[in-house]
Design a protein around this ligand. Structure first.
Ligand code: BGP
Length: 487
């Protein structure tokens, strides 16, 4: 559908950029911070690309004022960051580390002084190691109580200064990587345990939302979900059915719980038949129903194409699963030539014949972004905050400059798709590009860059950590100044 004229972005649209604590902060054991499961995981040889860690990362902890000043200069309207739980409560559930809390207090103050709206993510994957050791982390209901306490500390500290809050970042990705593929901590490969942990995280999400609504009545809170539309490879009804199955498997399994307070029937039935469904009590059902997010955070990188499984390959071996998922967390089912995940062996992922790919093999699909926004809004009718979208690429520093025209092209195409979605009628709060500065890619080290601001460091070390705005920085500055008018 083509419009002669697109609607303008809302006047108060939040043009933003995002980050996550482990990927930028560094200072992993400074000022009383406790260890997180990512500290442990990255310190264990063989787990990350060339052994890269977030020990120093891009040292945002010591460059915070400089980074925020650059945001101010850019005219950025919103900055999404996450709080490292173990910086604020080192053992996850005990005493508050005032120095840790103070870092975020200073950050929020600096953002406000630069007219940047803070968007605070409570959990971006770095669970305190102490909770993993003591309770087996998200496999125990004890961790819900710890999370609630942590939330309470942050809500009380920042309720007057932070309006937008994100509960969990990409629960679909971190549970699958952590418990299905074993490529993130806690490095488990056991889907029954994955579904159990996932349910506990759903309860923690609901508890956090209810507590927030009591403590921060003027704020807005929601989860950020890694969403991708699912396409059938052909019009063969079998492929269409495969895409319906895959949509349940990839998306509804999480979104229905967040937004409707119940699990989708098809997936639940499959898990029950296999004896791997989570234990859901009547009280759990009530809790899930009671918690209503105010908006839905959507992280969009790409969707996926599926076909009916004509090969009927056996269940994936550990190694196959690992090979498959090493570079792309958004493909939740093995490709056609690989073995299957056991729950829904009825579909498998295939490459789209229509889409180009990034250097890391991720499909580039701006139309899919519009499809995603439409689907999610149609289904759940919650305003959408795009909390991540961006291009990972190798950037070249030439004569002190980075000409990342490819990133500008990528973002431009996605912003256009979003403007079309707004014209279609989707209610949108804002858009945070991933990422603000370059940062650590969980499993790809420092080579895979996403930022508007280049950080002079590589996989071998931090060098001088100089901040250099890329061409995309100046381009986005202009987009923001004109409120997206020229898109
Ligand atoms: C999302 C995460 C981000 C970020 C991004 C890019 O899944 O929420 O933290 O890492 O993906 O992924 P990658 O670094 O693997 O390219």
């Amino acid at each position: 559908m083509y419009y002669q004229k697109l609607d303008e972005f809302p006047q108060d649209f939040l043009w933003g950029a995002a980050s996550a604590a482990y990927q930028i902060e560094g200072a992993f054991d400074e000022a009383g911070k406790g260890r997180s499961i990512w500290d442990t995981y990255a310190h264990t040889p063989g787990n990350t690309y060339q052994g890269t860690t977030g020990d120093v990362a891009v040292d945002h902890y010591h460059h915070m004022e400089e980074d925020v000043a650059l945001m101010g200069k850019m005219g950025l309207k919103a900055y999404r960051f996450s709080v490292a739980w173990s910086r604020v409560i080192p053992d996850g559930e005990g005493a508050v580390n005032e120095a840790g809390l103070d870092f975020y207090r200073r950050l929020i103050k600096a953002l406000r002084a630069n007219h940047v709206e803070p968007v605070l993510t409570l959990y971006h994957w770095d669970l305190p190691q102490a909770l993993q050791d003591k309770y087996q982390g998200w496999e125990s209901r004890e961790t819900i109580a710890a999370f609630k306490k942590y939330c309470q500390v942050l809500f009380a500290a920042f309720k007057d200064d932070v309006k937008y809050w994100v509960t969990f970042n990409e629960q679909n990705v971190f549970t699958s990587m952590g418990y299905r593929w074993g490529t993130h901590p806690p490095k488990v490969m056991d889907i029954k345990r994955m579904y159990a942990a996932n349910h506990i995280i759903n309860l923690a999400n609901a508890e956090a939302i209810n507590l927030f609504h009591e403590m921060v009545p003027n704020g807005l809170i929601g989860p950020s979900f890694g969403y991708g539309p699912v396409y059938p490879l052909t019009g063969d009804p079998n492929d269409v059915l495969a895409s319906v199955n895959a949509d349940d498997f990839n998306n509804n399994w999480w979104l229905d719980v967040y937004c409707r307070g119940e699990y989708p029937f098809f997936m639940m039935k499959q898990l029950q038949r296999m004896g791997i469904a989570p234990v859901v009590t009547a009280a759990d059902e009530q809790l899930l129903k009671s918690a209503k997010p105010d908006f839905l955070g959507v992280n969009y990188y790409h969707g996926g194409t599926v076909q009916t499984n004509r090969l009927q390959k056996p269940v994936a071996t550990d190694q196959q699963a690992k090979d498959f998922s090493a570079t792309d967390p958004y493909l939740m089912q093995p490709k056609a030539d690989q073995a299957q995940s056991p729950e829904i062996p009825a579909f498998n992922s295939v490459a789209s014949p229509y889409l180009a790919k990034t250097e890391w093999g991720w499909e580039i699909d701006p139309v899919g972004f519009r499809v995603a926004l439409r689907q999610v809004y149609e289904k759940y009718r919650l305003p959408i905050f795009v909390t991540e979208n961006g291009l990972g690429a190798v950037d070249q520093l030439v004569n002190g400059q980075i000409d990342d025209q490819y990133r500008i092209d990528y973002l431009q195409a996605h912003l256009l798709a979003m403007k079309e979605a707004i014209t279609d009628g989707v209610a949108m709060i804002g858009y945070c590009a991933w990422s603000y500065t370059d940062l650590l890619s969980w499993l790809n080290g420092y080579r895979k860059r996403y930022g508007f601001v280049y950080i002079d460091r590589d996989d071998n070390g931090p060098k001088e950590l100089k901040r250099i705005p890329k061409a995309s920085y100046y381009w986005y500055q202009q987009i923001i100044a004109e409120n997206g008018q020229q898109i």
